[in-house]
Design a protein around this ligand. Structure first.
Ligand code: GLP
Length: 242
């Protein structure tokens, strides 16, 4: 694991954007693994800017998102489909036909997981962007998820739903299930770039880097990835030994 500690969220976003920009310059038809949540928003803003300035193009980029809530209309403001449109896709020159998110209607959940998994099996993600949940989840792989899992349906932990409640009007509105790439899908990526900012991530960050590799802290698996870069701000890194 290559660990980079920077002052604040802005610096984390800038450093992450440098890495993604270099990836797209050296391989314009890169396959990107994309994440949602508040953490990558600063990165996406910088990518939009770089696209505007013609430093990078998404014309030949393919993307695969990590996860999506089950049962939320894809036009719901908090669906990850809508998040990606609002925060990246509608603002860059990406071909929407090359963007992929798991389908999420309740009736055919298992079929959707299988279909997404088949798509992922046909490709190799060059650069996978990740955030981390305060319980150490990546994508929506909650603590206890077997490391061997491929795309599957997950029941979200109360803690995760409470963390994400800030985007909804009440806890009741936060979906109880999601569809997510499994750890095995994530680990197949050539390069993994995990970003974390803020004190509420500091315990999970400590465990991810210094704890044992355990399914109880899903992000700890990244210790075993041959090319993982972790970019932290000082608060997220505050529990790490000096
Ligand atoms: C969400 C997403 C994750 C994200 C995490 C942290 O539940 N499924 O992909 O990394 O929680 O979110 P945030 O960046 O808003 O703290």
């Amino acid at each position: 694991m290559n660990i980079v500690i920077l002052k604040n969220y802005d610096e984390v976003s800038s450093k992450a954007s440098e890495i993604v920009i270099n990836q797209l310059i050296s391989k314009p038809n890169s396959v990107l693994g994309l994440a949602t949540g508040s953490t990558p928003i600063g990165l996406y803003k910088r990518l939009i800017q770089a696209n505007k300035e013609n430093k990078i193009s998404f014309k030949d980029v393919k993307s695969f998102n990590l996860d999506e809530y089950i049962g939320l209309d894809i036009k719901h403001p908090q669906s990850y489909h809508q998040f990606m449109m609002d925060n990246l896709f509608s603002k860059v020159d990406i071909n929407l036909a090359n963007t992929h998110l798991p389908q999420n209607d309740v009736e055919n959940m298992n079929e959707h997981a299988e279909a997404y998994n088949k798509l992922l099996a046909k490709t190799k993600i060059d650069l996978q962007i990740l955030g981390i949940g305060s319980n150490g989840h990546i994508g929506f792989n909650e603590p206890g998820t077997p490391f061997g899992n491929e795309t599957f349906i997950v029941e979200l932990e109360e803690k995760t739903r409470k963390d994400n409640m800030r985007f909804f009007n009440s806890l009741d509105e936060v979906p109880k299930y999601a569809i997510t790439m499994g750890i095995k899908n994530i680990m197949r990526s050539k390069h993994i770039l995990l970003l974390a900012s803020g004190i509420e991530k500091s315990d999970a960050v400590y465990q991810m880097i210094h704890g044992e590799v355990t399914e109880n802290l899903p992000a700890s698996i990244l210790q075993l990835h041959p090319h993982a870069t972790v970019i932290l701000d000082e608060k997220a890194a505050s529990k790490l030994p000096l």
